[in-house]
Design a protein around this ligand. Structure first.
Ligand code: ADP
Ligand code: AMP
Length: 222
């Protein structure tokens, strides 16, 4: 049965950073809806332009579009053994759609939901120093997790970018959107008995070790 892990937490909590580390360890892909939406940038269609406008404001892309995109992504061959969902679901409607999809199509369910929490101030601080690789999606921090060569991705050498929606005002808006629309998922997954709170304020390596232990406990290797 494939394993699905859902990373929950506000922007800047370290979901992408940790999903990348864990994906390597488990040998299953990281599926980031933010990365998938950013990849639409190259499409010059009315829909792609609308998505970029929504992202620039820090609001959520409509559920129907997001759910359809995830459905298509999870059907791809590399997700056969499961995946790490980073940035999805972000609303209760998305979580319900995911449960239905996993149950009906993949005869599976969400195995564990690591919850990573940080304050709004820490989110602004972390994201102000975030640099991202537009090619592979790896994220860095200018002080906490710098690349080996300044401004270049360690993995593929691409020039790193500071995302337009990583400006402090947009981060604050995204944090409020998280509190209003996404934080209700804490109770949703608590009720299902799959929530695992991880102290996301610790250094990256410590968070990674805690996460690995929580995942091994919830999803023992076969
Ligand atoms: P998210 O995917 O939750 O929005 P990221 O993984 O992109 O968050 O991390 C946001 C920023 O914070 C990045 O610049 C990353 O390098 C940095 N970061 C991630 N985890 C930690 C941590 N535990 N301590 C300090 N900085 C971190
Ligand atoms: P992220 O890369 O996870 O920080 O997401 C960047 C932006 O993409 C968000 O601020 C939203 O505009 C959009 N987005 C990503 N995932 C979702 C989702 N599950 N539902 C709606 N919008 C999303």
């Amino acid at each position: 049965m494939p394993n699905y892990i859902v990373f929950l937490g506000p922007p800047g909590a370290g979901k992408g950073t940790q999903a990348k580390i864990l994906a390597e360890e488990l040998g299953v892909p990281q599926v980031s809806t933010g990365d998938l939406f950013r990849a639409m940038k190259t499409q010059n269609t009315p829909l792609a332009r609308r998505v970029q406008e929504i992202m620039a404001r820090g609001d959520l892309v409509p559920d129907d579009l997001t759910i359809q995109m995830v459905k298509e992504r999870l059907a791809e061959a590399d997700c056969e053994r499961g995946c790490l969902l980073d940035g999805f679901p972000r609303t209760v409607a998305q979580a319900e759609a995911l449960d239905e999809l996993l149950q009906n199509t993949f005869h599976s369910q969400v195995g564990i939901v690591p919850l990573m929490r940080i304050s709004e101030e820490e989110a602004v601080r972390r994201i102000s120093g975030r640099r991202s690789c537009p090619t592979c999606g790896r994220v860095y921090h200018i002080d906490n997790d710098p690349p080996k060569v300044e401004g270049r991705c360690d993995v593929d050498g691409t020039e790193l970018v500071h995302r337009a929606d990583d400006e402090p005002e947009v981060v604050r808006q995204r944090y409020q959107v998280y509190l209003k629309n996404t934080a209700p998922l804490i109770d949703y997954y608590l009720d299902k008995g799959v929530l695992a709170e991880i102290d996301a304020t610790q250094p990256i390596e410590t968070v990674a070790a805690d996460l690995k232990a929580a995942v091994q406990k919830a999803i023992p290797a076969k």
